[in-house]
Design a protein around this ligand. Structure first.
Ligand code: PGA
Length: 244
């Protein structure tokens, strides 16, 4: 695993964006696996700035997102579809036909999960997968569990996740109780994985995930087995790592 340490959010976002920009430069028709949440917003802003400076061409890029709330439509400003358009897709020259998320309004959750898993295979898999990490160690919405989920599925959100995400909603009651997520196995198939962790609130779980046991109780810990992980963190998030 490569660890990249940044001193503040601006540097953190620039470093993460540089890695994605390099991936697009090396393979203009690459598949980016993308994430939502507060952590990557600065990264997307940096990508937009580079696009505006003429440094990145998104015209041949394909994207697949990690997850989506079940029950939220595309027009809902808390859906991840809405988030991705707002922070990235509406601001660059990406072909929207090549941007993919699970459909939060699909009537049959099993069929929708199968469709999404198959779609990822059909587009040739993910070249680089961006992930955040939840306070409980989740990646995507793969919550702590007794097993590592292999493929895309519809999950019940953990109480810790509802609690963490209620800041984006009017109240905890408004947070959807279910979501679609790539499985841990789907995420692990990404050729390269870039995990983003910012702030001291992530320090303990990051240490547990990367320095502790590999266990489905800490889903991110599976990344210890992936051959090509880049962990981008700020000094606070990385403060529990030995060389920090
Ligand atoms: P955050 O979420 O970026 O808002 O901290 C990360 C996650 O839950 O995966």
């Amino acid at each position: 695993m490569r660890i990249i340490k940044a001193k503040d959010y601006d540097e953190f976002s620039k470093k993460a964006a540089s890695i994605l920009a390099a991936q697009i430069a090396l393979k203009p028709d690459c598949v980016l696996g993308l994430a939502t949440g507060s952590t990557p917003i600065g990264t997307y802003d940096q990508l937009v700035e580079r696009y505006e400076r003429g440094e990145i061409d998104f015209s041949q890029v394909t994207t697949v997102n990690l997850d989506e709330y079940r029950g939220l439509g595309k027009e809902n400003d808390q859906s991840y579809y809405y988030f991705m358009n707002k922070y990235l897709f509406d601001r660059v020259n990406i072909d929207k036909q090549r941007t993919h998320l699970p459909d939060g309004m699909a009537p049959d959750s099993e069929k929708e999960s199968e469709r999404y898993e198959k779609l990822i295979e059909e587009i040739g898999g993910v070249d680089i997968q961006v992930c955040g990490i939840g306070n409980n160690g989740h990646i995507g919405f793969c919550e702590p569990s007794s097993i590592f989920e292999k493929v895309t599925l519809c999950v019940d959100l953990a109480e810790a996740t509802i609690e963490a995400n209620k800041r984006f909603f009017e109240s905890a009651d408004d947070v959807p109780r279910q979501a679609y997520t790539m499985g841990v196995g789907t995420i692990m198939k990404g050729k390269k994985i870039m995990l983003l962790a910012y702030g001291e609130g992530k320090a303990d779980i990051l240490a547990k995930a990367f320095l502790g046991d590999i266990t489905p109780e800490v889903p991110a810990s599976i990344l210890q087995l992936h051959p090509d992980v880049i962990l981008v963190g700020d000094e606070a998030a990385l403060s529990k790592f030995p060389d920090s």
